[in-house]
Structures are given as C-alpha cells and as structure tokens.
Design a protein around this ligand. Structure first.
Ligand SMILES: CCCCCCCC/C=C\CCCCCCCC(=O)OC[C@H](COP(=O)(O)O[C@@H]1[C@H](O)[C@H](OP(=O)(O)O)[C@@H](O)[C@H](O)[C@H]1O)OC(=O)CCCCCCC/C=C\CCCCCCCC
Ligand SMILES: Nc1ccn([C@@H]2O[C@H](COP(=O)(O)O)[C@@H](O)[C@H]2O)c(=O)n1
Ligand SMILES: [Mg+2]
Ligand SMILES: [Mg+2]
Length: 222
C-alpha cells in the first residue's frame, strides 16, 4: 500500500537530493552500500542497549537511501540488473539488523522471551515474504500480489513505534507499550502476507504448468 501511494510523493521530494548526489559524482551503488551500513550501525549499536530513540533517528537518516539509490539510477538511465540485485540483497541485510537488534535487546536486558520470539518471527517471516516473490519471479511467474504488509509497512510500523517507545527513557510514561504492539502487528501482518503470496504463487504455478508443463530454467528444487 505504501509502496503504491507513498512512493510517488517521496520520489518528488527526494529527486532534487538524488540529482545533487549525482552532480557530486556519487554512484547509486555507493548510496546503497552507505545507506545499508548506516542502518546496520544504528540498529546494532543502539537497539541491543535499549536506546530506541537514537537508534531510530540514525536508522531513519539512512533508510531513505533505499529510495534515493533507485531514483539516482533512473535519473542516470543506468538502472541495472546488478543494481536491482544489490538493492534487494542489502534490503534483507538491513532488515536482519533492525529486527536482530531488537531481538538482542529482548534476549538481554529487555528480558522478555515472548517478545524476543515475536521479534525473531518478524525477522524470519519478513525475509520469507520477500523470498516468495523473488523465487516466484525466478521461476517465471508474475507473482501478481503484494499483500497486506510489504517491506515499507514493516519498516514504518516498527520504526515509528520504536522511535516513540524510546521517549520512555526521556520520561514519557507508558509510551514504551507501542513497540510490543507494533511487533505483534508486524508478526501477524507478515504471516497473513506470506499466506497471500503463497496462495498466489500456487495458483499462478498451476496455471503456468497447465499451459506449459516444462519446469523453467532455474526452476529445479533447491
Ligand atoms: C518524537 C518521535 C520520535 C520518532 C523518531 C523517528 C520516527 C521514524 C519514522 C519513520 C521512519 C520510517 C521510514 C521508513 C521508510 C523507508 C521505507 C523504505 O525504505 O521502503 C523501501 C521500499 C523500497 O522498495 P524496494 O523496491 O527497494 O524493495 C523491495 C522490497 O524490499 C521487497 O520486499 P517485500 O515487500 O517483497 O517484502 C522485495 O521483494 C524486493 O526485493 C525489494 O527490491 O520503498 C517503498 O516501498 C516506497 C514507499 C516508501 C514509503 C515511505 C513511507 C515513510 C512514512 C513516514 C515517514 C516519516 C518521516 C519521518 C522523518 C523523520 C526524519 C528524522
Ligand atoms: N544501486 C542501485 C540501486 C537500485 N537500482 C535500480 O533501482 C531499482 C530499485 O529502485 P528503488 O527506488 O526501490 O530503490 C532496482 O530494481 C534497480 O533497477 C540500481 O540500478 N542500482
Ligand atoms: Mg533502493
Ligand atoms: Mg530496496
């Protein structure tokens, strides 16, 4: 949903900044790499210590690089297969760091086994949700579904809740309840999205097999 409705807005807002980076000689790949490095640093330095506010500020500053790199590549007319691969692969790394950092908090000083498990479920299910699309497309299916909770939703729900929960350390009472609520929402939403995508791939695969029973290249069991 966000990908559909918010992307156009952020493209307009970020295009001048992307153009500036191009004029400065920065490459899209450099933005992808630096952005991911910033997200990993923010997540793994701050979240395991329960510093949710500052962790979220750092992550937010860098996570928008994911919208800037593609924008730069398109302005340059240099959208490439390599760029698409790098972008998607590093998305998975960044997501792993964000939910991994939160899981480390709950496994350590946060001391909550249930929320630790929910956070690990968010991490794993988010990665599998993305994999369903990538694998479905790699065997030649359109995978014509996005589902309830895509990556942008997972990030916005988690980061907004995390940032506000961090205000608890500055004396705002009860606000830290937002993070557990958000993690449960992301966990349930990701499970629903997974089912939506698997059902779609199953239907599309059956239709494709009925038309052409040969397994496409790269489609063998892995
Ligand atoms: C006192 C209050 C304290 C609060 C502190 C700060 C609060 C922080 C608030 C918000 C931060 C959230 C920002 C997160 C936005 C980033 C979203 C983003 O990067 O989305 C990525 C996505 C890129 O798509 P790609 O095509 O590159 O990625 C594909 C995707 O990963 C697929 O995954 P799947 O969906 O299948 O699971 C993969 O399959 C595929 O391989 C991969 O290529 O971009 C979008 O989707 C575009 C939409 C972006 C919408 C952004 C909405 C932001 C909303 C609110 C912003 C609030 C602004 C706050 C600014 C604060 C500044 C300090
Ligand atoms: N280093 C990069 C990053 C991205 N691309 C291209 O942009 C597409 C992703 O666009 P976003 O707006 O979601 O970032 C990606 O599929 C590539 O085509 C690139 O070429 N190089
Ligand atoms: Mg990107
Ligand atoms: Mg991306």
């Amino acid at each position: 949903m966000l990908n559909k409705y918010a992307r156009a807005f952020f493209t307009r807002v970020l295009t001048p900044f992307a153009a500036l980076l191009i004029r400065l000689g920065v490459s899209p790949d450099a933005v992808t790499l630096v952005g991911t490095g910033g997200v990993i640093t923010g997540a793994l330095v701050f979240y395991p210590r329960g510093e949710f506010f500052w962790g979220t500020v750092v992550i937010t500053l860098f996570v928008f690089s994911d919208l800037i790199d593609g924008n730069m590549a398109r302005q340059l007319g240099r959208s490439s297969r390599w760029g698409a691969f790098l972008d998607s692969t590093l998305d998975r790394v960044a997501d792993g760091a964000i939910f991994g950092g939160l899981a480390l908090w709950y496994a350590g000083k946060g001391d909550d086994n249930v929320l630790c498990a929910v956070t690990i479920f968010c991490l794993a299910s988010g990665q599998v949700v993305s994999y369903t699309k990538a694998r479905g497309e790699s065997i030649g299916l359109p995978v014509n579904v996005n589902g309830l909770v895509e990556r942008a939703e997972r990030l916005v729900i988690s980061l907004v809740a995390c940032g506000f929960s961090g205000l608890h350390k500055f004396g705002v009472p009860h606000i830290d309840i937002l993070l557990p609520i958000a993690l449960w929402i992301v966990a349930v939403g990701s499970a629903v999205t997974l089912v939506q995508r698997v059902v779609t791939v199953r239907r599309e695969a059956a239709e494709a097999d009925a038309e052409e029973p040969t397994v496409p290249q790269g489609g063998e069991a892995r």
